[in-house]
Design a protein around this ligand. Structure first.
Ligand SMILES: [Zn+2]
Length: 458
């Protein structure tokens, strides 16, 4: 059955527009053997009864379990895979201590193959169980562990974009954890792109390689130029950090005399497949530049509360026409859940827009911009994230990949229950704001049912 066309039925929610939730009541989603959605119909649509009747005759109708609601799988745009073992640790430390004392030594440990295998297997399984069907990962500096991560994604069936981290500047990177030279980092990045391509089996690729300079301060100009040229040559994804903190903004301005965004553009690193983590301090002119290049922002609200002391003005970025999605920023934030991240995005937006200093008058306290809504943060976690990652996921539309989760209400650990008085919008909002990992009854990626348990043991 796994390789045939099938029809998944039930109540589904998705957001084709960022502020409009569309309920699909008693819908039938026909998915082909490549995981591509062939049709989405509801009762009353012309072909609905025929599609269901044919699938019933073939035994290929799969109703979602009772009390379950189908939503697109969640897209996490920013994860540091090797930081998974320190999730929730030392978040009160200043950034420099956090990097030098905890993070770089931990990332360096992944040159041990067995350690990388064990941790990455657990990470990918955990994220799938949280409903993250697409994950955009920073790996580590050594090539090999990043291939182990790509293999873990393929083994578990998680869609992913993965980067070998490039960082070569001896002035900012420790000797024990950096690329020996710009040319070496570029060659290893190219080797990783080739290695990921060699892992694919054909059809819509499940795993993609990304060119991944850690951020401007950890890379020499030669490396940034070389990676920019590689991005133009290969058309591969690009990911990096941009304008996360006051320190980063000041560092780049001192060194290069321009904003972080302008520098990345001049190095050739802003493409329509570039994902920029954070970008809290991008100027309005930077925003126009990002809209023009088609580059996207991974908004990481929880991490930003710790390490950036800032809140990205998401609505302003969206109104500039920039693609935006969400990132957990494991382990800059403490939660692996994109549902949690959506809730923090909502809370952070409300605080930033209204302001929080009681010594100021209400009208002067905040940015006075429009805060995000529940529908909008769900859009960021699904359709917005899919667009930002340049992948055909995030909504139930013909031609997209069927990546989905079934969220179950009303059992002891679901985190929410529904009543007859609830409208579809009410149920949707309860799901977005309350559902936890235990409520995720089923996960699909590329039309395949995913087992959300560890697959360790080689
Ligand atoms: Zn990061």
């Amino acid at each position: 059955m796994e390789n045939s066309t099938r029809v998944i039925c039930g109540i589904a929610f998705h957001t084709l527009e960022r502020d409009v939730m569309t309920p699909l009541v008693d819908c039938a989603i026909a998915v082909d053997s490549a995981g591509t959605i062939q049709s989405v119909t509801t009762p009353g649509d012309k072909n609905h009864d025929g599609i269901l009747a044919r699938a019933e005759a073939d035994g290929t109708v799969f109703p979602v379990p009772e009390d379950c609601y189908l939503v697109p799988g969640l897209v996490d745009l920013h994860i540091h895979a090797p930081q998974w073992p320190q999730l929730g640790k030392a978040l009160d430390a200043p950034l420099e201590d956090w990097l030098l004392k905890y993070t770089f030594p931990l990332e360096a440990k992944f040159s041990d193959r067995d350690y990388a295998f064990e941790v990455y297997d657990d990470l990918v399984a955990t994220l799938l169980a949280q409903g993250t069907t697409t994950a955009v990962y920073f790996g580590s500096v050594d090539l090999e562990p990043n291939i182990i991560l790509a293999e873990a994604c393929l083994r578990h069936g998680q869609r992913a974009v993965i980067g070998k981290v490039a960082m070569d500047d001896p002035a900012t990177c420790p000797d024990y954890y950096r690329d020996p030279s710009a040319s070496d980092a570029i060659a290893q990045t190219r080797a990783f792109i080739d290695a990921v391509a060699a892992l694919q089996k054909g059809g819509e690729p499940l795993v993609h390689a990304a060119i991944t300079p850690r951020f401007v301060p950890s890379c020499t100009d030669d490396l940034l130029h070389g990676l920019g040229a590689l991005a133009q040559q290969t058309g591969a994804h690009v990911q990096t950090h941009c304008a996360e903190s006051d320190w980063e903004v000041a560092y780049v301005r001192d060194r290069l005399g321009k904003t972080d965004t302008e520098a990345l553009k001049d190095f050739g690193l802003l493409t329509d497949k570039t994902i920029l983590a954070h970008s809290n301090f991008v100027t309005r002119s930077d925003m126009s530049l990002l809209a023009k290049t088609g580059s996207s922002i991974a908004h990481c609200p929880l991490s930003n509360a710790y390490f950036a002391n800032a809140v990205l003005p998401v609505t302003r970025a969206l109104e500039h026409g920039i693609k935006v999605g969400l990132g957990t920023d494991i382990s800059g934030g403490f939660s692996p859940s994109l549902f949690d991240t959506a809730r923090y995005a909502l809370t952070a937006s409300r605080c930033a827009c209204a302001g929080t200093n009681p010594d100021q008058l209400a009208a002067e306290r905040g940015t006075n911009e429009t805060p995000l809504t529940t529908t909008e943060v769900f859009w960021l976690a699904t359709k917005g994230g899919g667009e930002a990652a340049a992948l055909p996921v995030g909504a139930f539309e013909k031609g997209m990949q069927f990546d989905a989760i079934a969220v179950q209400a009303g059992h002891a650990t679901s985190g929410f229950r529904c009543s007859d008085a609830d409208t579809m919008q009410d149920i949707f909002e309860k799901l977005v704001l309350n559902a936890n990992a235990a409520a995720i009854a089923k996960v699909w990626v590329a039309g395949e049912t995913i087992e959300t348990t560890s697959k360790q043991g080689r």
